[in-house]
Design a protein around this ligand. Structure first.
Ligand SMILES: Nc1ncnc2c1ncn2[C@@H]1O[C@H](COP(=O)(O)OP(=O)(O)OP(=O)(O)O)[C@@H](O)[C@H]1O
Length: 320
């Protein structure tokens, strides 16, 4: 439903999106997570035909973004990261105005307006001015607005940004309903756990490139497969390093004064070999314990450049 092939965007010499290959299947939710400046908004801007790609191809609902922009625009509902509505317009007028822009017949538009206001929980706000709504309500109104022309594809740029925990939960249930309606959704976020709640697949973007792609199920499994070992002991630094470097399952480590934190990809039996090796190298180990790596931590480790490089080198990228 959404696919890109080697999609690139350059501003001068600055490559902002570099060789993006996406494939979002119909009826699924794909989340792009990345820190500020990763290129998420630029990628979405190309998909929604607001920015022309420098090279590569992108298709939405079978329409190519550069040559068939009208087909693309009819197929999508786009929610930008900044809320841009007219201040002095009421919620109902706002939705009907957008329906008119898409030439939706008035009776259909009224029906959709009632239906969508209800399921984003804003029926009572029908006559309220949009600038009197809370940020969470405005985000939900935006979702309703995206649906007025019944597009099969939704592109949501940081829909949960700036929302309090309660509004995030409300938005999450709205996204779940969109999924149940069979919409294909591409959304972005800074927060991985937020995407894990709704997405089927997640891509981690950094400096314009997709560093890793994971199915959410696989990612959840990896949170138990990869763990952090906390080792407290004394001994020469060289002894620690010799043992850690000699273990193929040590993906990365941070050596502190009295302890070392190890990001570890081996089994429990293999951990025992690491402990053994530390002792053989002359480390006096006082504590050796593990804690599961949560999704957020896994993400942070993946987006740590040196870690990501090691990770990719060792082909430990999570794949379905
Ligand atoms: N019109 C432009 N001209 C030049 N550089 C741009 C332009 N638009 C974006 N950039 C640069 O492209 C890079 C990626 O920006 P982009 O907004 O796509 O990132 P992002 O991942 O969406 O970040 P954020 O989470 O902060 O919105 C940034 O370095 C930004 O400065």
């Amino acid at each position: 439903m959404i696919s890109t092939q080697n999609l690139c965007k350059k501003y001068g010499k600055n490559i902002v999106v570099n060789g993006l290959n996406l494939n979002v299947r119909q009826g699924t939710v794909y989340g792009i997570v990345g820190e500020n400046g990763a290129g998420k908004t630029t990628a979405l801007s190309m998909l929604v035909t607001l920015t022309t790609p420098s090279s590569g191809k992108a298709y939405i609902n079978g329409f190519e973004v550069t040559h068939e922009p009208v087909g693309v625009r009819r197929s999508i509902g786009y929610m930008p990261d900044a809320f841009g509505v007219f201040d002095d317009i009421r919620c109902e007028e706002y939705l009907l105005f957008y329906a008119d822009c898409y030439k939706v017949p008035r009776d259909v538009a009224r029906r959709r307006c009632d239906e969508y206001l209800e399921w984003v929980g804003l029926t009572e706000k029908r006559d309220a001015y949009v600038n009197t709504l809370s940020r969470g309500m405005q985000q939900r109104l935006e979702v309703a607005r995206c649906l007025m022309h019944d597009p099969p594809v939704l592109l949501l740029d940081e829909p949960a940004s700036g929302l309090d925990p309660r509004s995030r939960i409300e938005l999450r249930s709205v996204l779940q309903r969109l999924k149940e309606m069979g919409k294909t959704i591409l959304m972005t976020s800074h927060i991985l756990t937020e995407l894990v709640e709704v997405a089927d697949e997640i891509g981690i973007m950094r400096a314009g490139e997709m560093m890793a792609v994971a199915s959410v199920n696989v990612l959840k499994n990896h949170t138990t497969a990869y763990r952090t070992l906390h080792i407290v002991g004394t001994g020469p630094r060289a002894s620690f390093e010799a043992a850690l470097r000699g273990d193929a399952h040590v993906l990365n480590y941070h050596l502190q004064k009295d302890y070392v934190e190890v990001f570890y990809g081996g089994t429990v039996d293999q951990q025992a070999c690491l402990l053994d090796s530390l002792i053989r190298h002359g480390v006096s180990v006082r504590q050796f314990f593990e804690h599961e790596t949560n999704v957020e931590e896994l993400f942070l480790r993946l987006t740590d450049t040196s870690m990501a490089e090691d990770w990719l080198k060792q082909k430990a990228v999570v794949t379905s």
